[in-house]
Structures are given as structure tokens and as C-alpha cells.
Design a protein around this ligand. Structure first.
Ligand code: ADP
Ligand code: MG
Length: 246
């Protein structure tokens, strides 16, 4: 039986930092195996929205369900929810004192009680998949930015998540390394991973996004397929923003 319930249900979510409303009445449903790309100016609330999904930020109003689980409920097992959500950050956030292999095996061994041998075998398979099987025994600082970000993606995948969240995964990279990271993300999308990606890489959006979401000033102003944003964005703010990034 297929499950048509959205895997992420964001229902009138509002988030304040003090008096400042970073998210204002956000509604967005994300389907299973859907790819959503979020764009918008700096400070518009994109990271905050991603971070509310795994409760790195608490919401002040509304409801947010991940695979049917209310992440803001007092009695939620948030660690269980987080295991379903892989997250990749702009600055990689690898463990500097662990080898690449150690970065990939720590979560599965400590949080999922996977036997070390099995965790290492999975890690090697994932490192091969992201094209750095030969780097298992080096440390993050010995890798380029593009390689570190591919390790970060492999590390998230090692937990076997249902959903992958990416927050500007290529923004900190030198231009020549952006492609190698996007290639990994495109491959993941083609395998059917559910993905929520904050990124201004519109080539990527065009290739894999089912929908693009434009945020401004804590609000969702416009949602549509990528072609909509290339051909006839409606909102003046969207047009203005796209004219700056395209
Ligand atoms: P984006 O990712 O779109 O650049 P953010 O979600 O990071 O935007 O931030 C949205 C707004 O919320 C910004 O004005 C930012 O300064 C503010 N903000 C984000 N995090 C915090 C925080 N921890 N404390 C106070 N203000 C914050
Ligand atoms: Mg951000």
C-alpha cells in the first residue's frame, strides 16, 4: 500500500527570535520522494525553516509533523525523528578528530547499535558512491572542500534517513568543486530520496526539483515547478531576487 500522506507537514508555523518573527505562518507539505528547493534572500528564514523540521529550532505556533510525528509535542522522541532526517550544512561540520571512516561509522555504531564491521562495510560502500572510497583513512583537514562535503553527505546517508535536508551545501565551496557535490545530490534525487534543499543553484533546481519555494522576510511568497520561476515568476520580489541570481 502506498502512503500518500505528506512526509513533512508544516502547518501555520511561526517562529520568533525574541520579538522578531523569523517564520510567519508557514504552510508547506512535502510529499514522499519529493524534491523541494528553497530559495530566497539572506535572512529570509530558509535555514530557520530547515532547522525547525528536526527541531534544532522550536516553533512558537503551528504544527510540524515528520512522517506523522508531531516534532513539537512535549513527549516526542526527537532522537528517533532525527534519525530519519539527514542534514548537510554549508560548512560540512565533520568531526575533525575522526577519520573519514570514523565520521561515517560513529552515528550508526553509537545511536543505532550497528556492529562495527557492518557499519564500516556500509561506510565504504557510501564513500565509493560519493567517489572518495580511497579517502576512508584520512582526516577531514586533508580533504578539499568538495571532498569534505561529499563525506558529510555520505555520513548523513550512513544513518539511512528517509529525508535529506541540505542547507546551502555548495555555498562555501570554490566554484570548481560545486559540480562534484551537485552530481552526488542529483544521483541521490534520481534514486528517489526525499530532499529539501536550500540552494541558489538553479541548474540543480531545474534538473531535480519538483517544486521551488521562494521565501522572503519569513514568508513563503511563491511556490511552483522550476520552469515557473524561469518563465513567469509572479511576485515582484521573486522577479527581483531571480534577476540577481540568474
Ligand atoms: P536565511 O537562512 O534565509 O539566510 P535565517 O533563517 O538564518 O535566514 O535567519 C532568518 C532571520 O532570523 C534573520 O534575520 C536572522 O538574523 C534571524 N535569526 C536566525 N537565527 C537567529 C538566532 N538564533 N537568534 C536571533 N535571530 C536569529
Ligand atoms: Mg541560511
Amino acid at each position: 500500500m502506498t502512503n500518500n500522506e505528506p512526509i513533512i507537514h508544516i502547518d501555520h508555523v511561526t517562529k520568533y527570535f525574541g520579538q522578531f518573527a523569523a517564520l510567519k505562518d508557514i504552510c508547506l507539505d512535502i510529499g514522499r520522494q519529493e524534491r523541494v528547493v528553497i530559495i530566497g534572500p539572506s535572512g529570509s528564514g530558509k535555514s530557520t525553516l530547515l532547522r525547525t523540521i528536526n527541531r534544532l529550532e522550536h516553533i512558537n505556533a503551528g504544527r510540524l509533523l515528520v512522517d506523522g510525528v508531531d516534532v513539537s509535542a512535549a513527549d516526542v522522541n526527537i532522537n528517533k525523528v532525527r534519525m530519519e532526517l539527514g542534514m548537510v550544512f554549508q560548512n560540512f561540520n565533520l568531526f575533525p578528530h575522526k577519520s573519514v571512516l570514523g565520521n561515517l561509522t560513529m552515528g550508526p555504531i553509537k545511536l543505532k547499535n550497528i556492529p562495527r564491521e557492518e557499519a564500516e562495510a556500509t561506510a565504504m560502500r557510501l564513500l565509493d558512491k560519493v567517489g572518495i572510497g580511497d579517502k576512508a583513512h584520512v582526516y577531514p583537514r586533508q580533504l578539499s572542500g568538495g571532498q569534505q562535503q561529499r563525506v558529510a553527505i555520505a555520513r548523513a546517508l550512513a544513518m539511512n534517513p528517509k529525508i535529506m535536508l541540505f542547507d546551502e551545501p555548495t555555498s562555501a565551496l570554490d566554484p570548481e568543486m560545486i559540480g562534484e557535490v551537485l552530481d552526488v545530490m542529483v544521483a541521490l534525487a534520481k534514486e528517489g530520496m526525499t530532499m529539501v534543499v536550500v540552494s541558489h543553484e538553479m541548474g540543480f533546481a531545474r534538473e531535480v526539483a519538483d517544486r521551488v519555494v521562494f521565501m522572503d522576510d519569513g514568508e513563503i511568497l511563491e511556490v511552483g515547478p522550476p520552469e515557473h520561476f524561469f518563465q513567469n515568476p509572479e511576485h515582484p520580489r521573486t522577479k527581483q531576487f531571480l534577476s540577481q541570481i540568474l
